[in-house]
Design a protein around this ligand. Sequence first.
Ligand code: NDP
Length: 244
Amino acid sequence: MEITFTGKRALVTGAGKGIGRATALALARGGAEVVAVTRTQADLDTLVHECPSIKPVCVDLADWDATEHALKDVGPIDLLVNNAGCARLQSFLEITQDSFDMSFNVNVKAALHVAQIVARGMKARGGGGSILNISSQASHRAFKDHAVYCATKGALDMLTKVMALELAPYQIRVNSVNPTVVLTDMAKIGWSDPVKANAMISRIPMGKFAEVEDVVHAILFLLCDKSAMTNGAFLPIDGGFLAS
Ligand code: NDP
């Protein structure tokens, strides 16, 4: 199955590191014109050095007004990957207002806002589009110290479904991927301890964490026209964890 994005414009949030960076590069390699959005300029500098066709946008997506301003001239977008996310691990009794607000601002509110900006353009142009929200297995299972993170991803899954319902008349599809642990910078914070990691791996039927490429391949499939009738779906990339 050949997947090509020639002639498409894609926007990837959280494109500075990890899954978002690999997705931006894969889309560019597949022929898309890519807008990479993240908040650390140094990451954008190395990304553009690696792939000069990528258009960088530096903004803190937790800031609604700054996001509106940064994306106002972004131009037509056919494919959106809402990938930016944060995980602040705290035991339930120690969760602070600040970490709750920050997590919901980035993991849920920014995804909604960027999708609004992009989908308004898709609707006006009438050519449809595809939106991918990067959720997690944590939307469906409880993990110790992950109360806020789990809640944001649960909210994101429901947002995906309602967006799919409301945007389908404009031929805009909205889906999510829900990975298990991928050892990016984010996951290293929670899963570097071998005792914790092995306990998690023992619950994954395939006996291993996911690789960045496992997630990227699923993202590319759900973005492209090969999945033209898939809308409102969540796709676990979890080696069978949620099935077990
Ligand atoms: P990383 O921490 O490696 O990368 C996250 C990227 O998002 C970074 O470039 C980061 O920039 C950016 N970002 C975070 N907050 C903001 C913000 N406020 N404004 C703009 N950019 C921001 O994470 P992953 O690649 O691991 O995670 C990507 C997505 O995948 C997240 O939504 C995560 O929840 C999800 N996921 C990850 C899993 C894992 O095990 N890794 C498992 C399941 C889901 P900066 O570094 O400058 O903060």
